[in-house]
Design a protein around this ligand. Structure first.
Ligand code: NAP
Length: 207
């Protein structure tokens, strides 16, 4: 049976990847720094949860051991996490190589390489590390999730303002759509490293 490791398997997208992979009958391992307690909202029966931290490398090899493919749904929003985000990807990829994982699939953000903000730059830098990795890689870029805009407008509503983003357009999607696209790439036959873009429909732009 194919074994999939979901890095960040307790986040909003990672949890969905775990759920959908279990539904497909895959063997699923998920890791994060704080694995969920059995019965909690982010815990799925049938998945194996590991405590691992890509910032230090602790537990990462154990979580990847025996996996055929890893799906990277990690996030880093604090200043420190943004700074170390790409290096965390390197640690994950190196451990994947050592553990014999055949493919690594990364969730990233559409057009992150065209925005000069540190957060987006950390995503673009991680994509570069994936492009240079010693294992087969796929980068799935998606648009923003519905929850991000809901968060922005809820902050505005607290001060009775409706935020307006001049010149910006949003085409939001759900974390479960992103998870489905990640799984599709994870289960796809081996190929060369490429970038896949997902909006509401799937756009492919291979390099
Ligand atoms: N939000 C959007 O609109 C949007 C759109 C497109 C793409 N994305 C991208 O999608 C990815 C996932 O986003 P998300 O919203 O699902 O993230 P999230 O809900 O914040 O989940 C992040 C996951 O990573 C784990 N994690 C964080 N730091 C870690 C570390 N050092 N070692 C191991 N695990 C760690 C977290 O668990 P612990 O905290 O317990 O470690 C959690 O499981 C991000 O890279 C994001 O940029 C987001």
């Amino acid at each position: 049976m194919l074994r999939i490791c979901v890095a960040g398997g307790t986040g909003q997208v990672g949890t969905e990847v775990v759920r959908q992979a279990l539904e497909r009958g895959l063997e699923v391992v998920a890791f994060s720094r704080h694995p969920p307690a059995p019965g909690s909202a982010r815990y799925h029966n049938g998945a194996i949860y590991w405590a691992a931290d890509v910032a230090t490398g602790s537990g990462v090899a154990d979580a990847l051991s025996g996996a055929d493919v890893v799906v990277d749904c990690l996030e880093g929003r604090s200043r420190k996490a943004i700074k170390g985000f790409a290096d965390g990807g390197d640690r994950l990829l190196r451990a994947a190589k050592t553990e014999g994982v055949k493919k690594a699939v990364l969730l990233s953000i559409i057009n992150c390489d065209q925005v000069r903000l540190g957060y987006q730059r950390s995503k673009a830098e991680k994509e570069q590390r994936y492009a240079r990795a010693d294992v087969e890689t796929v980068v799935v870029r998606t648009t923003q999730f519905h929850s991000l805009l809901a968060e922005v407008f809820s902050v505005g509503s607290r001060v009775r303002l409706i935020p307006v983003f001049k010149g910006a357009r949003f085409q939001t999607m759900s974390p479960s759509e992103a998870a489905a696209a990640l799984l599709e790439e994870a289960l796809d036959a081996p190929g060369r490293s490429l970038i896949v873009c997902v909006r509401l429909a799937v756009l492919r732009s291979c390099r």
